[in-house]
Design a protein around this ligand. Sequence first.
Ligand SMILES: C[S@@+](CC[C@H](N)C(=O)[O-])C[C@H]1O[C@@H](n2cnc3c(N)ncnc32)[C@H](O)[C@@H]1O
Length: 202
Amino acid sequence: MEVREQVQKLSEIDTINLLRSNYHKTALGKSNGTTSPTKDFLKWLNDNPEIKSKIRIVLDYGCGKGRDENTLKEEFPFYIGYDPHKDFGYNSSKQILRDSFDLIVCNYVLNVIVKIDRETVIQTLLKFLRDESIVLIGVRQDKYEAKDNWIRFQDGYITTRPTFQHFFTKKEIFDIFSNYAQITPLNSKGAYILTSKKSLEK
Ligand SMILES: C[S@@+](CC[C@H](N)C(=O)[O-])C[C@H]1O[C@@H](n2cnc3c(N)ncnc32)[C@H](O)[C@@H]1O
């Protein structure tokens, strides 16, 4: 059955559950190389060695198939990959999210999950900011156009796979985080460094 036909028959919550069951399908393999937010962040850290020297423990939050694993392991002493999809073989227990980390990398997670799940991840990122960690986020931007055969759903689209895509604007990132964080756009491709306002006041 075509995705459009399938979705038309589902309630909103059943559609959300269908998309949730496919979140893992959005993860690309290691052969795609290190993600661009992580590459650009490492370049930025080279210009900020005093910040880099303080980063010891890194959480790759929604690490997928571990595209950033090798690079992050090369750069920092301790790496923890977390992904709720157990088959990827990383840490999948939410318990780990209660810990503190020096750096949290959250690449291409917020844009592939529906609003209600995005809010939970955002709350966890805000908790990390209160812990005074550095948070790196990478999101798909509004300039990436949806395909004609994608279906509008909530504030994003259902793809033919069917997975979910929400396109972020820079304004949205600032609206979400600017009360809590100093936001440094890293590039024009949707990568942002968030640092706690509190830690900067020190
Ligand atoms: C597009 S992939 C990104 C993977 C990796 N960060 C990368 O850039 O290659 C999105 C990942 O987010 C994971 N994910 C889905 N819901 C999540 C949640 N609530 N918290 C953390 N990760 C989640 C999925 O299982 C999937 O592996």
